[in-house]
Design a protein. Structure first.
Length: 184
């Protein structure tokens, strides 16, 4: 049997006579052993502590993100409720009683406070031929406004205070038939 030795720089073949009784043991055992790792198997205490610290930091970041998301959801729910209150308040104006210049305020059942200002918008200047025209034109804030002669325009401004002293402000304009003998 011919054996090749790895440690030979010339990489030459050396022959050795191996008795038959040693051939089976020679095959299973190599004269050159595999190099052993200088590091022990497993993790060191420092590596385990570093991994635990990284997990704790990731957990803290995730927890703060969840807390921020919960706060944002709470704010959004409060804003939705405030918007519904404001729209409901504006929709009810002028239905039971005619609109007039006034200010009102109050508190909703959920603790949100509101204030409402109603004021008449200026009527266009009367023209000499008012009797023949059903529509007057006026300029308000740089914009040409057409207004029917028998219609009063009102601006409604509502402010709802909700949450952490946050305020929602909505504004709309409403038209109503001019009241006889009443100046807006």
């Amino acid at each position: 049997m011919v054996r090749r030795l790895r440690g030979d720089p010339a990489n030459s073949l050396h022959t050795a006579a191996i008795p038959a009784s040693q051939q089976s043991s020679q095959v299973a055992r190599s004269p050159i052993s595999a190099p052993r790792s200088p590091l022990p198997n497993g993790f060191t205490l420092l590596e385990v502590l570093a991994a635990i610290a990284l997990l704790a930091i990731a957990f803290a970041v995730g927890l703060s993100a969840l807390g921020g998301a919960a706060r944002n959801a709470s704010r959004a729910a409060a804003l939705d409720a405030a918007t519904e209150h404001a729209q409901s308040l504006l929709a009810g104006q002028g239905l039971a009683d005619p609109l007039e210049n006034e200010s009102k305020s109050g508190t909703f059942a959920d603790g949100m406070t509101w204030s409402l200002k109603v004021h008449a918008l200026p009527q266009p200047a009367a023209s000499p031929d008012d009797a023949t025209e059903a529509v007057d034109f006026a300029q308000s804030g740089g914009v040409m406004v057409a207004q029917a002669a028998a219609i009063d325009l009102y601006q409604l401004d509502v402010a709802i205070e909700y949450g952490d002293h946050r305020t929602l402000r909505l504004s709309t304009e409403r038209a109503q038939a001019a009241q006889a003998g009443q100046e807006p």
